[in-house]
Design a binder for this molecule. Sequence first.
Ligand SMILES: [Fe+2]
Length: 380
Amino acid sequence: MSAFATALEPGPTAPQHQHESFSFTLELRFLLSYEELIIVLPLRHLAITAAVACTAALPAALQAAEEPVTIYSSRIEQLLKPTLDRYTEETGVPVRMLTDRGNALMERLAAEGEGSPADLLITVDVGNLWQAADRGLLRPIQSESLENDIPAALRDPEGHWFGLSRRERTIFYNPNMVEESELSTYEDLADPKWEGKLCLRTSKQTYTQSLTAMLVAEHGEEATEEIARGWVNNLATDVFTSDTKLLEALAAGQCAVGIANTYYYGRLTNQDPEFPEKVKLFWANQGEGEGGAHVNLSGGGVTAHAKNPEGAIKLLEWLASAEAQTGYTHGTFEGPVNPNVEPEPIVKSWGTFTPNTTNAAEIGSLQPVAIRLLDRAGYR
Ligand SMILES: [Fe+2]
């Protein structure tokens, strides 16, 4: 396999920003996906390897009896590989994988066109999934098995992509500084009562954009811009480039309240069982008519020019099955999309909540609106 390792050059959208105190080894442990790298370090500093870049380049001797499936994935290889290895063991189907940032993979798919070796695109964030479908990079598929295993809100109504893990973005607070009873909604964090107390992640991050897009779906563009302005006015400190740093700032009392993805909290809790005493999770928007907490996704779709679409669909069905969902979500502290699968114990300890039911496709489609309004609101 290593003979096919390929160092990827940064694409045209390679990030320029470099975080001064970036510690690669420390941060890498906290990465689920290459999306995380967009803000924290330039891609050229990474030696990204592809398990196999191109099926067409394989010597005939390496072609297995079963037709291989080729995945382009922005999910970090170490996280996905154990699950894929199990699939190969069980089915004999070889799985080849190329990993990079979601944007770079989409550019690559578009540039390769019909000649692309990719059968399946796996990426994180509904914005990316929606964009891949919108650009015609994914084909619509129908699968009873996927429809049974994945709730309707967590997949594209037209079948271009399917959620594979849930990642909630909710409110966290320092219990020495805030009473739980003071908390309610994302919108409320724009209230002047939180002035100088709020920690937020940068608007350059797709997670911020998706949460904002969900609010646009609920309130419209103008009202959401006002909310974003309120958030900016309430900031305790500069926006953060990582949710982990944000949660650590909450623990340190640098801010009282903030918004982050739950799986970062899961990983910090896994490392330090006392972390939940320093920072507590609050499920946002649980009151009547408040819409529910924001759910984002990692997910996948069959590529428009897949050479092995049947193999890609089978693999996707397997990833959503109860059998594979435990392996896919437990190591990452994400939530299974399949309701028949038990969440990892730390994830389970956060209890149940009412999720926002805006379809992920609508959130994705509103991301461009969200990006523009965040900019107008001065949210950096
Ligand atoms: Fe992340």
